[in-house]
Design a protein around this ligand. Structure first.
Ligand code: PMV
Length: 358
């Protein structure tokens, strides 16, 4: 079992220059992470589907420099310099320097783009931090070629976590657990691990993301997680996440879609209930979020098609369903739900395999 100390790199050689490119997808949690301790340690374990189409593609050019006092990097977003992203990257480098002491020896050009529309309300921090972490691990592999594949991917997830907690679930697929859980072998608070006992019912599971509100996030996730400190229901909620993860483990293994729906929808509403009952309090759903939820319930009742919703910390709705009912569900979305989406926009995605080297 890898521990924090194992991720501190001590011996490595030097290279003059190199280029790497990785893509990493977004992910959608089934059992949610909400609340954290020091050093990006989650207050409870979570499990997510790794997505396939919503991803960040990041190219990293590395050049050796002589001065080693500070981090040095240029940041391009969609080919153009993007100064407002730089503080986040600077902070990320500061957090991971202990584990990657070679960073100050190089100048970096980070060239990044997303496959999903900018300001769609889809968080790019998970895919973005995961793609950057993979590139940094490619550099580590170049200067320390003996590292194993297991170490490479675990440390990538470990570094991504330090960038943005849920990013550690975007390295691998198709289903990833992050956070210690008594029933999940190898699970860790430090990095995400693949959960592989998946029933064929969940193969190619679909996620259609309805873009209800594309505005700036009302509550940043840093502020959001902080709301769980001194929250009146925090301890019960953290215990519930452990219980729901036990149930989800059995559900994913047995293929029970009816039970899957219950846990997934309850987790989404609980996440929002935590925000509504914190101090200060927030309502992140919009009227159209509720309209969509009610339409999904009605459609499910009438057709018995196992379609359900989940939410992240915003107004958008993720609709989850098996591949074999896609035609009917997409027709339902077209007929009854697009009117509730901003500019009629939605994104079709599905379960994917994690980060890829391009
Ligand atoms: O990774 P963060 O700090 O942006 O937090 C993400 C939290 C949720 O998306 C609301 C839930 C989750 O588990 O992904």
């Amino acid at each position: 079992m890898l521990t924090e100390k194992d991720f501190i790199t001590t011996s490595y050689k030097s290279i003059d220059a190199a280029s790497f490119e990785w893509s990493a997808p977004s992910n959608i949690a089934l059992v949610k992470y909400w609340g954290k301790k020091e050093n990006q340690i989650p207050a409870n374990p979570s499990i997510s589907f790794t997505l396939n189409n919503c991803k960040t593609i990041t190219k990293l050019d590395v050049i050796k420099k002589s001065e080693t006092n500070s981090f040095s990097f240029d940041l391009l977003f969609e080919g153009k310099p993007k100064e407002d992203f730089k503080p986040k990257i600077q902070k990320f480098f500061e957090r991971i320097e202990k584990y990657c002491p070679f960073l100050k020896e190089y100048h970096f050009k980070i060239d990044t783009q997303n496959t999903f529309p900018h300001s769609s309300g889809i968080a790019s921090s998970a895919s973005g931090m995961a793609a950057l972490a993979m590139n940094i691990m490619s550099l580590e592999k170049a200067i320390n070629p003996t590292i194993s594949d297991e170490y490479f991917y675990s440390k990538a997830s470990f570094l991504a976590r330090l960038g943005s907690g849920s990013a550690c679930r975007s390295i691998k697929g198709e289903v990833v657990v992050w956070g210690n859980h008594a029933e999940i072998n190898g699970s860790s608070d430090l990095f995400g691990v693949e959960f592989s006992e998946i029933h064929p019912n969940f193969k190619n599971y679909q996620d259609t993301i309805l873009l209800v509100d594309k505005g700036e996030k009302q509550v940043s996730s840093t502020v959001g997680h902080d709301l769980m400190h001194n929250h009146p229901y925090a301890e019960r909620r953290f215990a519930q996440a452990h219980e729901n993860l036990s149930k989800m483990k059995a559900i994913l293994t047995s293929g029970n879609t009816a039970e899957f729906i219950k846990i997934v929808e309850s987790e989404a509403l609980t996440l929002h209930a935590m925000m509504m009952t914190s101090m200060p309090y927030f309502i992140l759903m919009k009227p159209n979020t509720l309209e969509i939820i009610n339409k999904i319930w009605k459609f499910r009742n009438e057709t018995q098609i196992p379609v359900c919703f989940t939410l992240d910390a915003g107004a958008n709705v993720h609709i989850l369903y098996p591949e074999n009912v896609s035609v009917k569900v997409l027709q339902f979305i077209q007929d009854e739900l697009v009117d509730y989406c901003q500019n009629g926009q939605y994104i079709c995605d599905q379960i994917g395999n994690g980060a890829k080297s391009n």
